[in-house]
Design a binder for this molecule. Structure first.
Ligand code: SF4
Length: 159
């Protein structure tokens, strides 16, 4: 496969990923949380969202549209996309699948959670990534953020 063909395949995967993300949000629409931002305190919770490559691309494209760079690591170890108030996601529309479907013990809503639907969407997300690259795998949010060099951060904000 040529580089151009490869990129076309990823473009299709990104489009389908957006559809999966929309569906995930719809699936969990009856649930909410106190929006404390605590789950975004990654070093405190010792949990991170894991993103497939197509999810990371969705995030990067969102930043590029807004002419924003990937933010540097935060001193408190929280997700770099958490805003200065420490409560709001600065990439809410493009937040990854895990951020749309993970709720802590303070979840608000029906006691029955849509586990089957969520698993089916996750399988779809897995399949569409592996279809482009059989070696594709999800990586932790901080790994993705740290994988960008300073030059890449700057050029993305200028793109
Ligand atoms: S992407 Fe947004 S919702 Fe997800 S961990 Fe980061 S700040 Fe929180």
């Amino acid at each position: 496969m040529t580089v151009a063909e490869d990129e076309l395949e990823w473009r299709r995967a990104v489009t389908e990923t957006r559809a999966v993300m929309r569906k995930a949000s719809e699936t969990w629409a009856r649930h909410s949380c106190p929006a404390s931002g605590e789950c975004c305190q990654l070093s405190v919770t010792k949990r991170q969202p894991y993103l497939w490559p197509s999810e990371w691309r969705v995030l990067l494209e969102h930043l590029q549209r807004e002419k924003r760079a990937v933010p540097p690591a935060r001193e408190d170890g929280a997700c770099p996309f958490l805003d200065a108030s420490g409560k709001r996601c600065s990439v809410y529309e493009a937040r990854p699948f895990g951020c749309r479907t993970f709720f802590c013990g303070r979840i608000i809503g029906p006691s029955k959670i849509p586990a089957d639907e969520t698993n089916a969407l996750l399988e779809r997300l897995t399949a569409l990534n592996v279809a482009v690259d059989e070696r594709a795998e999800p990586r932790a949010m901080l790994d993705w953020c740290n994988s960008l060099s300073l030059g890449e951060r700057v050029s993305r904000s200028e793109g």
